[in-house]
Design a protein around this ligand. Structure first.
Ligand code: NAP
Length: 422
């Protein structure tokens, strides 16, 4: 090879791009663009492994991550909840209450743990809770309880696709058997077909007990689809997009996703004046005056800020926070009543759990225990408390707008000018 050709060949060698230190601190490793997971030995949850990862990270970033390192429990229990673990993200936790609920499952007075960094949020929810409590408590119930997943099957033409929908109807019992063979708690309620061109979306509707159920129904749906694919020589994808998982959509309002929880209460004139400093007419006017804006915004649902209370409660109790886009599709209503205002909230997309997911982690479990909601046979109770909490937040925000206190309250409680971290 001539000298210039050799130089060219050398220059075409791939550049070394990857990290040169091993994440476990044991020296150089081969570079490459592949996932960090093998270097991090991501399924290793020993405290020393977390420490080695932090040391490695410090060598790259200069940050010691001292607070992130502050774990109060054996990190082994993080298995199944996170990969490449380095520590914990501490989120401030407060309580709001008293919240009196006269629910089908939740009875009594509750103090609700909310994890947030938004000043004024807890004070605001608390004001709504006190109002509900002075009004005799919120009623709460679960109107529907099912999670779904909708795989899509593809066919050569529309006629074949249409024949398939009938085949699914005729084989409902076998479909149920294949689904329920994968889980003890998941129950298949129905398999509904939605023919769309030459595709068929098979909406599998499950009861998932006290689990949020996505892992459970994914496993069950996968077993069903593999069986159908073999029987019908059809191709499938496990997700069609119909199920609104982690996406806002009108389908959430119409079909629900997880639990449909409803809470309502009559707020008497006396309580409105005493707790919220507003009249019934002023409160209802706020609700009415904000309809047009929400319509113009193309809002999915109608309400004030369900996402605020939901996010704080989800973080505190180990729910999958990424379900907020569909969980926060709420419908809030304020109606004038002879005796005051009837306030209600309907949450058709509550994907929540008291078993599985992040609910068993130490602080998350403790937060559920504060509500008497950890473990089996507690999910409906927890959903009722969640709906009543959201109702409290809707009442409080509407009242703050009506009385003109909204900006001042945030100025008082919710400002965070930069300060030094110690
Ligand atoms: P999981 O933690 O994967 O499993 C919980 C398991 O607990 C259930 O499968 C069930 O086992 C068992 N169990 C024990 N007692 C139960 C009871 N009383 N009620 C219900 N189940 C009980 O949780 P998951 O709820 O199925 O899934 C939630 C997680 O899925 C969340 O962390 C979420 O982030 C994640 N996720 C997954 C996907 C996905 O595509 N896979 C999508 C979104 C979210 P049996 O099944 O044997 O009965």
């Amino acid at each position: 090879m001539s000298k210039p050709a050799a130089k060219l060949a050398r220059s075409k060698k791939p550049r070394r791009t990857g990290v040169s230190l091993r994440a476990d601190g044991a020296g150089p490793v081969a570079p490459g663009p592949e996932s960090l997971a093998p270097r991090f030995r991501d399924r290793d949850y020993a405290a020393e492994s977390l420490a080695r990862r932090r040391q490695w990270l410090q060598s790259r970033t200069g940050s010691p991550a001292n607070h992130i390192a502050n774990i109060s429990f054996d990190p082994e229990i993080l298995r199944g909840n996170i990969e490449n673990a380095i520590g914990v993200a501490q989120v401030p936790l407060g309580i709001a209450g008293p919240l009196m609920i006269q629910g089908e499952r939740a009875h009594g007075t509750f103090y609700v743990p909310l994890a947030t960094t938004e000043g004024a949020l807890i004070r605001s929810y608390e004001r709504g809770m006190v109002t509900l409590t002075h009004s005799g408590g919120a009623q709460a119930l679960i109107a529907k309880d099912e999670n779904h997943i909708a795989p899509v099957f593809e066919f050569p033409d529309v006629l074949t696709a249409s024949r398939f929908t009938k085949w699914v109807e005729q084989h409902a019992a076998e479909i149920r058997t294949h689904a329920e063979a994968t889980t003890r708690h998941g129950k298949l309620l129905a398999a509904n077909c939605h023919l769309t061109g030459r595709q068929v979306m098979v909406e599998l509707r499950f009861h998932t007990g006290d689990a949020q159920g996505m892992n459970l129904i994914v496993k069950a749906a996968d077993a069903v689809c593999r069986w159908i694919a073999r029987e019908q020589q059809a191709r499938f994808l496990l997700f069609s997009g119909l199920c609104s998982e982690k996406r806002a959509g009108a389908g959430v309002l119409f079909r629900g996703k997880g639990k449909t929880a409803v809470a309502g209460a009559l707020l008497p004139h006396r309580v409105l004046k005493q707790c919220l400093h507003v009249t019934a007419e002023e409160l209802v006017h706020v609700w009415h005056a904000t309809i047009a804006g929400q319509v113009r915004a193309g809002a999915v649902g109608l309400g004030a800020h369900a996402a605020n209370g939901l996010a704080a409660l989800f973080i505190a109790t180990g729910q999958d926070v990424a379900t907020l886009p569909h969980a926060a599709c709420a419908i809030t209503n304020f109606e004038l009543d002879m005796n005051g205002v009837y306030a209600s909230v309907t949450l058709p997309g509550l994907s929540i759990a008291t078993v599985g997911g992040g609910t068993g982690l130490p602080t998350q479990r403790e937060a559920l225990e504060l509500l008497g909601c950890y473990g089996a046979d507690k999910a409906r109770k927890f959903a009722e408390i969640t709906a009543a909490t959201v109702l409290a937040g809707e009442i409080s925000m509407a009242a703050a707008l009506a009385s003109g206190d909204f900006a001042a309250a945030h100025e008082r409680y919710g400002r965070n000018r930069p300060r030094r971290l110690r």
